[in-house]
Write a protein of this length. Sequence first.
Length: 224
Amino acid sequence: MTVAARAANRLVVKPLLAFCVLVLVAPSALAHRLDEYLQATQISVGRDRIVVDIYLTPGTAVAPEILSTIDKNGDGSISSAEGTAYGQSVLKSVRLVVDDTPRELSLSSSEYPPMDQLSAGIGLIHLETVTQVVSDSEGAHRIEFENNFDPKTSVYLANAMIPLDRTVKIRHQQRDVLQRDLQIDYEVGSEGPSYPGPAWILLAAVGTTGLFRYGLHLRRIKQK
């Protein structure tokens, strides 16, 4: 895929994926306990890069402490520098390994809702991170992801999304019971399946809603 084609495809697909995030994460955010910090991770695999999106939603009981950590000067707003600093602190507790080789994730962007939404337990912090991988390495590959950020109050969700390139196919996903660890087996080929278009991506992503809700259900059972 050419750079121009990839850019054009991203302009169409990214808004759809943003909508999917609302469908996937928002119901879980509204349902999680007030004393929990919900961390939902979505991993998108491409031929030459891996994008890791982390969505953070603090419950109302833990929000004050978390917000005081982010808003260092206590002025009631999150500056760009404060948002970036917090994002970097999250990444220090995240581990990504590709084919047994540790990879460093770079923070591409950090988005924060208004403080009042975060305080109310409905705000969604979005951290987008990326790492580069070998572009011409065809065949089977494995990703190991681990999230150890703020384990005291957090619950975790993790899932592989639709690949970024049609030459990539997800073969298998395996999670631990807490979904702090996610293993993804995928394959890179010279030719991949033809995607009908962004609408198919939307439907496939929305279809993973059940996985997120099931993960929360398991945690509630363990907490009783």
